[in-house]
Write a protein that binds this ligand. Structure first.
Ligand SMILES: C[S@@+](CC[C@H](N)C(=O)[O-])C[C@H]1O[C@@H](n2cnc3c(N)ncnc32)[C@H](O)[C@@H]1O
Length: 234
């Protein structure tokens, strides 16, 4: 299937060139490490991270499903995949490909676990992407979505004006409805907080931006609002 040029590919190529793949990975890891812990990753499973950025989560999934399992990462931005492929820590059972979420290069019912971190709301048609997740998921597979840009996180609302590509601002109920529409059952939501203690240095260096006008906003996001986690099963 042919798709028109995805604006996210251009934007995230620039972000990768500027080294922002690494800062995103560092910033997301405190939540993603908790999510990986909940995914019941076990040797032999096949896992996929859609919108994988520089592949940090793929590398960890690969370690957990070794020796016979595989972890795959796809991203629409070629420079993100370049960064992912060049990482010297890539386990032998990890693989990366440039691909759109809406047209995944995997067979029907080939994946046991799917993950997507801070990516779904950039996709032109999130329901179409989730239907594609459903197609590649094996019966019994689970899919795990993490987003920070969502209705119940007021600090994120301005991101749509700051990022130069269209973004979907959904509420948590809407994420659950999309997952159900795509075919998943037992859909649940949770919030994942960043457990890293905030330091006096960070407070001293705080500069308003990205929706956080005051230091207290950062504290509120980190200790009360958190990242939205949505998961369900095929
Ligand atoms: C905010 S970054 C997050 C990257 C990574 N998941 C992380 O946690 O650091 C969003 C990623 O989703 C990718 N992306 C956006 N739309 C996509 C699509 N339609 N198909 C595949 N990847 C997409 C972008 O290229 C980008 O690398």
């Amino acid at each position: 299937m042919m798709f028109p040029m995805n604006p996210a590919a251009l934007l995230f190529d620039e972000w990768a060139a500027a080294g922002r793949d690494e800062s995103m990975a560092r910033g997301h890891w405190p939540m993603v490490s908790q999510i990986l812990g909940r995914m019941q990753l076990a040797p032999g499973l096949a896992c996929l991270d859609v919108g994988c950025g520089n592949g940090y989560a793929v590398r960890e999934m690969a370690r957990r499903v070794a020796p016979k399992g595989w972890a795959y990462g796809v991203d629409v931005a070629p420079r993100m995949i370049e960064q992912a492929c060049q990482n010297p820590q890539n386990p032998v059972n990890s693989q990366f490909q440039v691909s759109q979420a809406e047209c995944l290069p995997f067979a029907d019912e080939s994946m046991d676990r799917l993950l997507s971190v801070e990516a779904l709301y950039y996709m032109p048609d999130p329901l179409m992407a989730l239907a594609e997740f459903y197609r590649v998921a094996r019966p019994g597979a689970t899919v795990w979505l993490m987003v920070d840009f969502y209705q119940e996180n007021p600090y994120s609302h301005c991101w749509a004006d700051l990022v130069e590509i269209p973004m979907h601002l959904y509420a948590q109920q809407e994420y659950m409805a999309l997952m159900t529409q795509a075919g998943f059952h037992s859909v649940q939501v949770d919030r994942v907080l960043n457990p890293t203690p905030l330091t006096p240095e960070e407070q001293a260096n705080f500069k308003p931006g990205w929706g956080y006008e005051r230091w207290q906003d950062v504290v509120d996001f980190r200790t009360r609002i958190g990242s939205l986690l949505v998961w369900g099963q095929k």
